[in-house]
Design a protein around this ligand. Structure first.
Ligand code: G3H
Ligand code: 13P
Ligand code: ZN
Length: 285
C-alpha cells in the first residue's frame, strides 16, 4: 500500500467518531513498531517525524523507512511532518514523499500564521498532501510557567473559527492544557474550550503532548472531536526503559540487536495499548 494522506484517515475517523494515533519515529525499530502495532490492531496509523528526528536520522532515511513500512503494511499508513516551522523544510519533505505536513506557525501573529499556512496549502493541496496547522501555544512540560500563564496561551475559539475559515486547513492542533514531554502532575484539559472550537470549526482537531494524559481524559477529548492524537514521550520512555532492562540483565551483551530487539517489542505493546484507547482498533477489515 502507498502512503496515504492524514486528511483521508481523519475523514473516516470523523465519520466514525474515533481518533488516529500519530506516533513519532526516530529510527528503524520505532518505525517498524508503529506499523507492526497498527497491523496487529487492524488500525490506520500516522507515522510522524519531528525536526529533531529529521536532523538525527536524515530525511531520506525517514522517508525510506516509512515507504518500505507502508508498502508492506496491510493497513493504511501516513507519513507526516511534525511541527514543521520552515517553508523550505515543508517543501523538502513533500518532495521526499511525505503524505502530510504540519506547518506550526503558532509563534507567529495570527495574520502571519494564516499567511504562511496558506503558502503551504498552495503547494501541498494540488498534489494531495494534507496540512495541519497550530493555533495557541502548546509548549513543553519543562517550560517554567504558571498555570495561569499557560492558560493565557490556550487556543481562542473565535480565532480558531477565523483561522479555519481563512485557510481551509485539513486539521488543527490546539492548546487546551497539554504539553510536550513528561508531566510533573496530572494535566487538566479544558474540555469546554475544545467543545467550542469543534462547534465553530467543524474540522478534525489534533491533540499534541498526549503522553501522560489519563486514558479517560483522552477518550473524553475524542468524544468532543479530537481525531489525531500525538504520542512521542511514551515511546521514548518505553524504548529506553526496555533497552536499559536488556543491558542490565546482560551487562556483557555486545550485540545491538539483543538490546534494540526487546525495545522494539515493548514499543509495539505500548502503541497497541494507545491504539485501543483511541478507538481505532479493528477499523480496517
Ligand atoms: O513535538 C515534539 C516531539 O516530541 C518531538 O521532539 O524534536 O525532540 O524530536 P524532538
Ligand atoms: P508527547 O511527547 O508529549 O507525547 O507529545 C508528542 C507530540 O505532540 C508530537 O507533536
Ligand atoms: Zn506536538
Amino acid at each position: 500500500m502507498a502512503l496515504v494522506s492524514v486528511a483521508a484517515l481523519l475523514r473516516e475517523a470523523e465519520r466514525e467518531g474515533y481518533a488516529v494515533g500519530a506516533f513519532n519515529t526516530n529510527n528503524m525499530e520505532i518505525a517498524q513498531a508503529i506499523v507492526e502495532a497498527a497491523e496487529a490492531e487492524r488500525s490506520p496509523v500516522i507515522m510522524q517525524a519531528s525536526q529533531g528526528a529529521i536532523t538525527y536520522a536524515g530525511l531520506e532515511y525517514i522517508t525510506s523507512l516509512a515507504m518500505v513500512a507502508a508498502s508492506k503494511a496491510k493497513v493504511p499508513v501516513a507519513l507526516h511532518l511534525d511541527h514543521g516551522t520552515s517553508f523550505a523544510q515543508v517543501v523538502q519533505c513533500i518532495r521526499s514523499g511525505f503524505s502530510s505536513v504540519m506547518y506550526d506557525g503558532s509563534k507567529l501573529s495570527l495574520k502571519e500564521n494564516i499567511a504562511m499556512t496558506l503558502k503551504v496549502l498552495e503547494i501541498a493541496r494540488p498534489i494531495g498532501v494534507s496540512v495541519e496547522a497550530e493555533l495557541g501555544k502548546i509548549g513543553g512540560t519543562e517550560d517554567d510557567i504558571t498555570v495561569d500563564e499557560r492558560e493565557a496561551l490556550f487556543t481562542d475559539p473565535d480565532e480558531a473559527e477565523l483561522f479555519v475559515r481563512e485557510t481551509g486547513i485539513d486539521c488543527l492542533a490546539i492548546a487546551i492544557g497539554t504539553a510536550h514531554g513528561q508531566y510533573k502532575g496530572e494535566p487538566k484539559l479544558d474540555f469546554e474550550r475544545l467543545k467550542k472550537i469543534k462547534a465553530l470549526t467543524k474540522i478534525p482537531i489534533v491533540l499534541h503532548g498526549s503522553s501522560g494524559v489519563p486514558d479517560e481524559a483522552v477518550q473524553e477529548a475524542i468524544r468532543l472531536g479530537i481525531r489525531k492524537v500525538n504520542i512521542d514521550t511514551n515511546i521514548r520512555e518505553t524504548f529506553v526503559w526496555a533497552m536499559r532492562q536488556a543491558m542490565e540483565k546482560n551487562p556483557n551483551e555486545i550485540d545491538p540487536r539483543k538490546i534494540l530487539g526487546p525495545a522494539r517489542k515493548e514499543t509495539i505493546e505500548i502503541i497497541r495499548q494507545k491504539i485501543r484507547v483511541f478507538g481505532s482498533s479493528g477499523r480496517i477489515k
